[in-house]
Design a protein. Structure first.
Length: 163
């Protein structure tokens, strides 16, 4: 079909800026494509990996199907433990927001589960955060507020057994 063209190594810094710019313009597909081009040239570019994970998760709310395995592959390549754990929390938080925005009957408990998983990841990140970095605390509080404001609850376990 088509053979993709390679990005020049010296163009990576400008391409990273362009990817971030496209994310700000809500053009997550373009940002994702640019990050994939960067990763072809520099497979371990940490900034491109983070931007790619964020661009992919931007698409949750738009109804795109983004596989957990695909995102997990990129998350696992983030070398810094704090960042990998923190961005995993963001993925769960964004999944929760996407589910909550669909307003489908019964989706509230699924959203709750995603937010709780996000909060668990943010607590793990908080435990190893760099000095002066309270981002994980801010995200944890944000998830807690969404749960409280929307009165989200865990799904009840079925009580269909005979005693």
């Amino acid at each position: 079909m088509f053979e993709l063209k390679s990005l020049h190594k010296e163009a990576v810094p400008a391409a990273l800026e362009r990817a971030k710019h496209y994310r700000l313009l809500n053009e997550s597909g373009a940002a994702e494509s640019i990050c994939l081009d960067i990763l072809q040239v520099e497979p371990n570019n940490q900034e491109a990996l983070v931007t790619l994970v964020l661009a992919m998760s931007d698409r949750f709310a738009k109804g795109y199907t983004i596989g957990d395995t695909q995102i997990q592959d990129y998350l696992s390549r983030i070398s810094d433990d704090y960042e990998r754990i923190y961005y995993t929390g963001i993925i769960y938080e964004r999944r929760g927001k996407a589910v909550l925005s669909k307003s489908i009957h019964g989706s509230e408990s699924t959203a709750y589960e995603f937010f709780r998983q996000a909060m668990d990841w943010f607590e793990r990140a908080e435990a190893i955060r760099p000095a002066g970095n309270d981002d994980a605390i801010l995200r944890w509080n944000g998830c807690a507020r969404i749960i409280i404001r929307n009165k989200l609850m865990a799904r009840e376990a079925p009580n269909d057994f005979i005693e």
